[in-house]
Ligand binder design. Structure first.
Ligand code: PTJ
Length: 249
């Protein structure tokens, strides 16, 4: 991470780098103006969490890795904020678990779809789905429902970072395993997730990859035990407690 002129030892380094990447994303036509607002909201929660991966989030990231390794067809969904903040990390996670990468936007325009697909390719993601849009998520209006038939539509496990609540609910109703990354444990997306990860996307994705690499030799029984041990309500409760007490669970 070296795209800003601030020493990594600066106490606000990660936060300033994140802001810079979102600003650059807007300039490049990747991130929407609403993405700036979403980033501000996320930052507030991250500040209260102590800008750290709390133990319950680490456990959720391990459970997410186990789900992804057990999946027949996992897909990582990418929006304008995720593309700006961690494009290379999306590719690394997809490679570690054999997942497809699909661009899926709340404010969908063909220009942003193309710009994000190009940006992901520049950062090492070879195949980017989402542009075909020949599938639909039932229960959503036309533009927001668009997905690829051989991508999110037919996936059994989806990673949906910073997702809008309506779409998170609609995906949940399709009986998919839904892994949500959202710094707000009270958001509808986090509440409907099979695995809610209350952590900053810039820490969460690399940590899921680390867990996936560690678990790559594990048996199905071991992975299923990790999945069974994880309790979404406990994770959400622990995150809310940490936010209310300044980072301690
Ligand atoms: O690129 P698009 O068009 O698909 O739009 C993307 C945004 C994020 C603008 C859109 O999905 C949106 O409006 O989302 P919301 O409803 O603002 O929800 C975003 C959630 O992500 C909020 O609960 C934030 O707290 C959370 N969030 C923001 N930044 C981060 C985050 N969670 C994890 N890591 C972050 N860096």
């Amino acid at each position: 991470m070296s795209d800003i002129e601030i020493p990594e030892s600066h106490p606000r380094y990660q936060s300033l780098l994140t802001r810079h990447r979102i600003e650059a994303g807007v300039e490049k036509g990747i991130t929407s103006n609403q993405g700036l607002i979403a980033q501000g909201r996320g930052e507030a929660f991250d500040y209260l969490l102590g800008e750290q991966t709390i133990p319950s989030a680490d456990a959720a990231e391990r459970a997410a890795a186990a789900h992804l390794l057990l999946a027949d067809h996992p897909v990582v969904s990418v929006n304008g904020n995720v593309a700006a903040l961690c494009p290379a990390e999306v590719g690394e996670l997809a490679e570690a678990v054999g997942a497809d990468v699909e661009v899926n936007l709340f404010n969908r325009t063909e220009e942003r779809m193309q710009a994000i697909a190009d940006h992901l390719r520049e950062h090492g993601v070879d195949e980017v789905k989402g542009l075909t849009a020949d599938g639909r998520i039932p229960g959503l209006d036309h533009e927001r429902a668009k997905v690829d038939a051989d991508g999110i539509r037919s996936a059994d496990v989806v990673v949906v970072p910073l997702e809008d609540g309506d779409r998170a609910e609609a995906l949940g109703e399709m009986d998919k395993v839904e892994i949500v990354v959202d710094l707000n444990p009270m958001s509808r997306s986090a509440q409907v997730a099979t695995v809610p990860i209350v952590d900053n996307i810039i820490r969460a994705l690399p940590n899921i990859t680390v867990h996936a690499e560690e678990l790559s030799g594990a048996s199905c029984e071991e992975l299923e035990a990790i999945v069974a041990d994880f309790d979404a309500d406990d994770a959400l409760g622990a995150a809310e407690k940490a936010i209310r007490s300044g980072g301690d669970e």
